[in-house]
Design a protein around this ligand. Structure first.
Ligand SMILES: Cc1ncc(C[n+]2csc(CCOP(=O)(O)OP(=O)(O)O)c2C)c(N)n1
Ligand SMILES: [Mg+2]
Length: 215
């Protein structure tokens, strides 16, 4: 019989390292991620079974991005999202019931059932909207950041978008205007390596997409 032994691995940061990450923050991040995963798995099964009408772009696997950003934003801060927007709404605090109602096209949904999966808005929490138009949320976030700067209330806007969206003209116009006007906007590129069915290497010539924000 072969003997197996558990390697002596120590988990966690090295001794003396303090990233300022508290137990409360870790639990908060975990809760946001688990809420997204639970929602997405349920929604996915409901569409597969034919119970829920329409089509969904799920956020499974990207939960940490929304959780990490939203954990440091408040209700006063605003976000714009993508066609894959359930996770952003949930991480910003959206409730499951009106989310599901929206996916079912019911009047009790966030947009009274008229928006559906790709247009969920929750203004009370600063979720300005998912967006079926790739890159469509980016200039909207710049507008929200301009409004925040004009009000002078110290709030920020964050825009989530995919690698593919950085090939859209509005992305380049938005980052340029935000830079020129020093706007309080955070651009969050969720690079999952694909724009629909096209691998990153086939739809752009650079590897590090952050380079696009340099100028
Ligand atoms: C302006 C526009 N062009 C094309 C499409 C079709 N489309 C839907 S999703 C998608 C790919 C988007 O890729 P990416 O931004 O990387 O987001 P991901 O789906 O990977 O999260 C495309 C081209 C669209 N919805 N809007
Ligand atoms: Mg992508």
């Amino acid at each position: 019989m072969t003997e197996t032994s558990t390697p002596n691995v120590t988990y966690g940061p090295p001794e003396g390292y303090d990233a300022g990450v508290t137990r409360e923050l870790v639990l908060d991040l975990h809760r946001r991620m688990v809420r997204i995963r639970l929602f997405e798995e349920s929604a996915g099964k409901l569409v597969e079974s034919g119970d829920m009408p329409g089509f969904l772009h799920l956020y499974v696997g990207q939960e940490a991005v929304a959780a990490g950003v939203m954990a440091v934003l408040g209700d006063v801060d605003q976000i714009t999202s993508t066609h894959r927007g359930h996770g952003h709404a949930i991480a910003k605090g959206a409730e499951f019931r009106p989310m599901f109602a929206e996916l079912y096209g019911k009047t009790t949904g966030y947009c009274k059932g008229r928006g559906g999966s790709m247009h969920i808005v929750d203004m009370s929490r600063g979720m300005l909207g998912a967006n079926a138009i790739v890159g469509g949320g980016i200039p909207i976030a710049v507008g929200a950041a301009f409004a925040a700067q004009y009000r002078g209330d110290g709030s920020v806007a964050a825009s989530f978008f995919g690698d593919g969206a950085t090939n859209i003209g509005a992305f380049h116009e938005s980052v340029n205007m935000a830079a020129v006007w020093d706007l309080p906007v955070i651009f969050v590129c969720e690079n999952n390596g694909y724009a629909e069915f096209t691998a990153q290497g086939d739809h752009m010539r650079i590897e590090d997409i952050a380079e696009r924000a340099n100028s």
